[in-house]
Each structure stands twice: as C-alpha cells, then as structure tokens.
Design a protein. Structure first.
Length: 376
C-alpha cells in the first residue's frame, strides 16, 4: 500500500480487519432494510441506530492501532455490550454476527482465561435474550452454533497473530544476517584498501623515488642532445610520484568502516516501524569491534521498538564528536511505566562497557530514547 496513506487507514485495510468491516456493513444494511426491527421490538429506531453507531465507532478505534492496553480493552467491551444490546433491541437474526467480530478481536488482544470468561458471559446473555424473546424454539442450539462460529473466529485470529509474530521474527533474523554480511564485507573492503595503500606506498612509491633520484643524477651527466628528454622523464617521474601519493592519501582518507550501508541493510526488512538512518556520509569507524557493537545496539533498539513499544517511527542518529561516537535511537512508541532491563538491554550494556563507553535509556514522552557514547 502507498506509504503516504495514514497508518490508521492502512491498519483498517488489513485482511482480517477488512473482513470485519464487510461483515458489520452487511449487518447494518440488513438492519436498515428491516427498519432496525422497530415494528416487532417496539424500540425506537434512533436507539438501535445509536447503538450501531457506537459499535462502529469503537470498532474503528480498536482496529486502528491507536488504542493500547486498558483503552483497547474498554473499546472491545463496549462493542460487545452494544452488540448484545442490538440483539435484544432489534430482534434481527443477523445481529448476533456482531458478537463474533468482538470475539475475534478479543482473541488477538486478551489472554485465554479472559477470552473464555467473556465468551461464557456473552453467550449466556445471548441465550437468555433468544429464549426470552422466543426467536427460536431451541435457543440452546442457536447459541451452540454461535459458539462454533466464535471458536472458528478465535482460531483464525490466534493463527494470524502467531503467523505475524513468526514473520516478524524471521524479518529480524534476516535483517541481522544481512547486516552481519554487510559488516563483514565492509570490513574486508577496508582491509583491502589498507593493503593496497601500503603496497602502493612501500613498493611503487619506493621504486618511483629511486627512479626520480637516478634521473636527476643522470640529468647532469647526459649529453646535450639528450638533456631535454632526461628532463622530461624526470618531470614525469615527479608527477607520477605526486599522483601516487594523492591516490594513497585518498585511500587512507577512506580508511575505516562505512556504517551507513550496514545500518540501511539492517533497517530494510522491517515494514513497521518506519526507520530513518541519519549518519554523516564521511563518518568512518576504525575498529571492526566498535562497528559491530554499534550494529548490535541499533538492532536491539529496533527490535524493542517493534516488539514492546509498537512504534510507528524510529530515528537512528550516529555522529562523531571529537574522539567519540554518539549514537541516538529514538522511537515514538507507547511505552508505559519504568523501563526494565531484559536480556537484550543487559547484553547491550555489556557490549558498550567492554569498549569503555556510556549507555543511557530514558522515556521521551511515550516513546523511548537510547543514548550511547563510544570511543571513535
């Protein structure tokens, strides 16, 4: 989908959410066709329409990715209550389908115990409504069929959530492998540049210097008719030696590991969050160990933003400050409460301590910011 489309709208258009929207629209059309069951239930159309509007509003909010934790739970519960109220207020057979939509959302959000309790309570209410209003001679069989559909929705929602987690883990592993390969390749290129610059300086430079000195010595002894040719050769040797020193100087100037390519390859596999890498194009890291530490810290920062913060954007900034490298990783996630160091953050701190660096992590609003200082 177009990246310029708002994240909220992209979330609504995901396959499972799109199926839910098609379902409630079909139910709404059925209710409209039957005038919201006002004739048989005696409930004013405005009341039933208001319940449906509230159901849709809370559905859009909970599926849009903007609500988290207790707020999302409250939205799903509100949908469930609206759906059950609509069943009783309209007495239209399509309305119990809305309860299935609620259960499918709960399956992706709630632990199994809370989900089972909700299904038990909501289906008991559904049974009581159907039995009291005498929709069906066998209310129990109707509810059993509803439970079957709800169970299928739970299974699909759980499988989809599990598949997404596995896909995210595979993307993270792939990103790590690609970044490691890029880092090794960049390290090999740096070693090759260093080797070539040394060879040019020590071998070719030495021989050109000897050639230039011999030509200058020969210039004073050369016959008159060869003096111009010897002077030309001396000047060409001088120019070639100068060019060679310029090439070596340029190669030396590019010593070190270019982390931009490595970090770009680390960020590329992630669809969410959007990752922005800000690095000075001329920045080089001399030590492969320091470069590897930076890559692992950035990887852990991105992983935490994906798994724990559910961030939309992550910004990675790396810059040289004198004899230090300053790394800053900030996300706009929805973190709450104190930050507890798990294995990832502990390993990150240990890597940084090995190089005598500094590490700090703090809340930046609802998001999280990592600050790392390493010797350049």
């Amino acid at each position: 989908m177009n990246p310029h489309v708002p994240a909220w709208l992209r979330q609504q258009a995901s396959p499972l959410n799109l199926a839910a929207h098609v379902t409630w629209i079909a139910v709404a059309l059925d209710l409209w066709r039957q005038d919201f069951g006002a004739a048989r239930s005696g409930v004013p159309v405005a009341v039933s329409a208001g319940l449906l509007a509230l159901f849709v509003a809370t559905l859009l909010a909970s599926m849009g990715g903007r609500l988290r934790g207790a707020a999302c739970t409250a939205a799903v519960l509100a949908q469930g209550l609206c759906a059950l109220a609509l069943v009783g207020c309209t007495r239209v057979w399509s309305t119990p389908i809305l309860v299935i939509i609620v259960v499918a959302q709960a399956a992706a959000l709630w632990p199994t115990r809370a989900l089972v309790l909700w299904m038990l309570a909501s289906n008991l209410v559904l049974y009581a409504v159907i039995a009291k209003l005498r929709w069906d001679a066998n209310a129990a069989l109707s509810v059993v069929m509803q439970v079957g559909f709800q169970s299928f929705a739970v299974l699909m929602a759980r499988l989809a959530a599990s598949a997404e987690r596995r896909a995210e883990e595979l993307r993270a592993i792939n990103a790590e492998l690609v970044a490691t390969r890029s880092l090794l390749a960049e390290g090999a290129r740096d070693q090759e540049r260093l080797r070539l610059s040394r060879e040019l300086h020590d071998v070719a430079g030495h021989k050109l210097t000897a050639l230039k000195l011999n030509l200058r010595a020969l210039q004073g002894q050369a016959p008159a008719h060869l003096a111009d040719e010897v002077a030309l050769c001396t000047r060409l040797a001088d120019e070639l030696l100068g060019d060679l020193r310029g090439v070596v100087r340029q190669m030396r100037g590019e010593d070190g590991i270019d982390l931009r390519r490595v970090l770009d390859s680390l960020a590329a596999p992630f669809r969410k969050p959007t990752i922005r890498i800000a690095i000075d194009p001329s920045l080089r890291v001399d030590s492969l160990d320091v470069a590897q530490t930076i890559v692992r810290v950035v990887q852990e920062g991105i992983t935490n933003a994906v798994r724990h913060a559910d961030a939309e954007h992550v910004t990675v900034t790396l810059q040289r400050d004198g004899a230090q490298l300053r790394l800053d990783i900030a996300d706009d996630g929805r973190g709450r409460g104190p930050i507890r160091a798990g294995h990832g953050l502990t390993g990150m701190r240990e890597r940084i301590d090995e190089h005598g660096g500094e590490f700090a992590i703090e809340r930046d609003g609802a998001g999280t910011r990592l600050r790392v200082v390493l010797p350049a």
